[in-house]
Design a protein around this ligand. Structure first.
Ligand SMILES: Cc1cc2nc3c(=O)[nH]c(=O)nc-3n(C[C@H](O)[C@H](O)[C@H](O)COP(=O)(O)O)c2cc1C
Length: 347
């Protein structure tokens, strides 16, 4: 039994990935816990009181462990009008946008979520987008909370270990949704898991959890053979009945093949992998002038909401990983977990 399985007393070395934006539901997390894997609540974009309700629901459901995933704010300076105006002209419905959050408001939201994790003694907390502050790491560790950072390069994984993480989620370029990388100097580097896992395992001593394009036992065993101790799986769970994903999003994942995804910053200002649609193609030339995250997200939100109401995939963010070619129909969390059968044992 590896360190990750042992530390969390799981039956299978699998994490149901946190998927913000209403995709991860408490029903999904409960089913993951029942299935012997680690469930994850996604606190990104959630109001703290909604996160509290979700924590209560999953804590009341079972004594099994789950994690809460938190977005760590970056420098997110509110953009000047001269940067915003061209985007207002370009993005349908953007005049209906909400206020841009100041960096102080973003940190206040982050700390409220950390307080809830401490208050409810959540077993594990994972971070994405940045290194978590030293003070927060100490506070959580003092309460026995297990910590996981997200990285997309070896350098980032080393920094996560130095910051005191108990494990690191290595996100390969195959992964769906936002890239968790944070070192600007790494630029557009997008490293696949087959190269990333062994180099990371050689560079750090904490367990590596591999994420990106893994849909069944074959991917899990490949990751374990390369030295990972577990996997974090997103897109296959998005396609479950328990997921809050829009039916059109699910349908596009069912129809699309793995050549149809691409990384874009157009929707949120941060790189994320999704199925290519009309709006992405029309605005391809503006990738480099997007507003910094989360301001581009605020600006495009009304467009995405209206598209969702109209069931129009052309203007929705259809986040998905490169494993979509293996995913053929709506399923259940239980069925996804069964695909990781471990018949021949885990490597
Ligand atoms: C729709 C969607 C939303 C996501 N939201 C989050 C999130 O809130 N926090 C996070 O750490 N990772 C998030 N991710 C990334 C996952 O943690 C994971 O790295 C990814 O799903 C793995 O690749 P796969 O989708 O090919 O399995 C998201 C992924 C998807 C597909």
């Amino acid at each position: 039994m590896n360190r990750f399985l042992k530390r969390l007393s799981l039956e299978k070395p699998i994490i149901q990935a946190p998927m913000a934006g209403g995709i991860t539901t408490t029903e999904m997390v409960k089913a993951a816990m029942d299935g012997g894997i680690l469930g994850s609540l996604a606190s990104g974009y959630l109001a703290p009181q909604t996160l509290e309700e979700q924590i209560r629901i999953v804590s009341d459901h079972s004594d099994r462990p789950y994690q809460v995933n938190v977005f760590v704010p970056g420098n997110g300076k509110i953009p000047e009008d001269s940067e915003v105006n061209p985007w207002v002209a370009r993005v349908p419905a953007s005049q209906k946008r909400g206020n841009f959050m100041t960096i102080e408001e973003q940190w206040a939201d982050f700390y409220k979520k950390i307080d809830l994790i401490l208050q409810y003694k959540v077993k594990m907390c994972s971070f994405t987008f940045q290194l978590p502050p030293v003070k927060v790491v100490q506070q959580l560790k003092n309460e026995g909370c297990i910590l996981m950072g997200t990285a997309s390069t070896v350098n980032e994984a080393v920094l996560m270990e130095e910051r005191g993480m108990d494990m690191v989620c290595m996100q390969g370029s195959e992964a769906g949704g936002h890239r968790g990388g944070f070192l600007e100097e790494n630029g557009d580097s997008s490293i696949g898991l087959i190269a990333l896992i062994p180099q990371t395992v050689d560079a750090i001593d904490i367990p590596v959890i591999a994420a990106g394009g893994i849909t069944d036992t074959r991917g899990l065993n490949a990751a374990l053979a390369l030295g990972a101790e577990g996997v974090q799986v997103g897109t296959p769970f998005l396609l479950c009945k328990e997921s809050g994903a829009h039916p059109v999003h699910k349908q596009r994942i069912i129809e699309a093949n793995s050549a149809e995804t691409r990384v874009t910053s157009l929707f949120t200002g941060k790189k994320a992998r999704g199925i290519v649609n009309k709006w992405m193609m029309e605005n391809e030339g503006y990738e480099r002038s997007v507003l910094p995250y989360p301001h581009q997200h605020v600006l495009t939100k009304p467009m995405r909401q209206e598209a969702a109401q109209a069931a129009a995939p052309a203007r929705m963010s259809l986040w998905a990983g490169q494993g979509i070619g293996s995913l053929g129909e709506e399923t259940t969390v239980k069925e996804v977990i069964a695909k990781f059968d471990g018949k021949e044992g885990f490597v």
